[in-house]
Write a new protein. Structure first.
Ligand code: ATP
Ligand code: MG
Length: 450
């Protein structure tokens, strides 16, 4: 049967040049989601793929698109939508690297970057557009310098997030986008957590989609060691400092992501850990896009070993050096837990996740355990060591809080929100104030969810 063997990329229908590109990136053997979804996609079917975090879903859609594009190259050929800006950059990067021999033109359309430059790039007929829905919808509303009438592929990465009505609601923007796409196209939906939103998803993928879900008892990966620490709220930060101290003492090459629930908490923890001289950097939605991008790049390059982030970083990010995920707050939804801890133990590597659990979060842990079909194990800690640093940590935290209060951090948040609402032109003058009031109160709710 020639040079191709069962179970490699050529036998799935990829051309030699693409197989070679994969090899160069150390992608030799298809993962199950790739092996199962790619043939269906290459046959022209719609596809919904649900596979665990870090299992290669990105290449499962990038490779077939590049294959088809090379057979008939034009722009705009493919549109990828994704919930966060950093994820858009990461997906575009995969297209760029794998599609290099094609001279692939890709273009990234996300908020926080210059609209005029983006409009120009869109009018230049890029092969692939990777976008967050809000900004792409803005372009559609404001200009007619580009057409998506001929796209062949629409991909929704993290599809369940795009279609659920969360704090950022994408559904209005999606409507605007779907309006300008041709009905005849291939639609693909991917996520590690598709099944909860299956019905909504089916309405987007129209042509009897090929549905594939990785069969497994658990919803998290085997290579992940999942732990918890039971702690009173007041001792949480001392545990955090202790954990980081231990990890950095024992391992040179480890990176750590710490998830927390609000932008403000993210900012305070970053300031606090820096007081303890830990190389810490943050990522949250109140930062300017350029800053977010720069911070993430420094974390990826291990210039900073510790990233403190809100759930804006929970999904999709692929950073091989991340060995540890710490949940500074217990996620309220099992789904968010699954994505957060999935930032480590990717592509067959090992990893640890540690969730800090207060007495008020125990029911949350139970529902997480039930969903993932795995019991979290207690993480052993020398409590004496933690108590030794308790006062110092809490005093430092308080100092950081005071420092932050003297800046305009809260105020900036409100100004940003107001600007956003007005920019979006979604609210009339009357509605405006009440929406702002809503967002203020939800901000305070978010601050103390228990
Ligand atoms: N066949 C393969 N062999 C080895 N590594 C692979 C293969 N396919 C993809 N990878 C690598 O695995 C890593 C994880 O892939 P990817 O980011 O696509 O995961 P994912 O399934 O999208 O996860 P998530 O649900 O977190 O978004 C990437 O670094 C990617 O380059
Ligand atoms: Mg992904």
């Amino acid at each position: 049967r020639g040079k191709s063997e069962m179970g490699d990329f050529s036998s799935l229908g990829l051309s030699d040049w693409l197989v070679k590109q994969c090899k160069q990136l150390g992608i030799n053997k298809p993962t199950p989601v790739q092996e199962n979804c790619m043939p269906a996609i290459l046959q022209g079917r719609d596809c919904m793929g649900c596979a665990k975090t870090g299992s290669g879903k990105t290449a499962a859609f990038v490779l077939p698109v590049l294959q088809k594009l090379s057979e008939d190259p034009y722009g705009i050929f493919c549109l990828v939508l994704t919930p966060t800006r950093s994820l858009a950059y990461q997906i575009a990067e995969q297209f760029r690297v794998l599609g290099k021999p094609l001279g692939l033109k890709e273009c990234i359309i996300v908020g926080g970057m210059d609209m005029v430059t983006q409009a120009l790039e869109l009018s230049n007929q890029p092969h692939v557009v990777v976008a967050t829905p809000g900004r792409l919808a803005d372009h559609i509303r404001s200009s007619n310098t580009f057409s998506m009438k001929r796209i062949q592929f629409l991909i929704l990465d993290e599809a369940d997030r795009l279609l659920e009505q969360g704090c950022t609601d994408f559904t209005k923007d999606l409507e605007v986008i779907l309006e300008i796409l041709p009905a005849k196209r291939q639609t693909m939906l991917f996520s590690a957590t598709l099944t909860d939103t299956l019905q909504e998803l089916k309405s987007i993928a129209m042509n009897e989609p090929f549905f594939w879900e990785s069969k497994s008892e658990t919803r998290t990966v085997e290579e992940l060691d999942q732990r918890y620490i039971l702690t009173p709220e007041k001792v949480k930060d001392a545990y955090l400092v202790h954990l980081i101290q231990t990890f950095t003492d024992e391992h040179d090459d480890w990176s750590i992501i710490i998830f927390t629930n609000t932008c403000k908490s993210c900012q305070i923890l970053t300031m606090m850990l820096r007081e303890f001289n830990f190389p810490t950097i943050s990522l949250h939605s109140m930062m300017k896009q350029k800053q977010r991008f720069a911070n993430l790049a420094k974390f990826k390059a291990s210039v900073y070993k510790i990233l403190i982030a809100t759930d804006v970083a929970a999904r999709g990010l692929d950073i091989p050096t991340v060995q540890v995920v710490i949940n500074h707050n217990t996620p309220g939804l099992p789904k968010i837990y699954i994505h957060r801890v999935g930032r480590t133990a990717r592509a067959g590597r090992n990893g640890v996740s540690i969730t800090l659990v207060t007495q008020y979060d125990i029911h949350l842990i139970h529902s997480i355990e039930e969903q993932i079909q795995t019991k979290l194990k207690e993480y052993p800690v020398e409590e004496k060591e933690v108590l030794k640093i308790l006062t110092q940590v809490n005093v430092t935290r308080r100092e950081c809080e005071i420092k932050l209060e003297s800046t305009d951090f809260d105020e900036k948040k409100e100004i940003n929100k107001r600007k956003q609402l007005i920019l979006e032109g979604k609210v009339s003058a009357g509605e405006r104030q009440s929406k702002i009031n809503d967002s203020v109160s939800s901000f305070y709710r978010a601050k103390s969810p228990w």
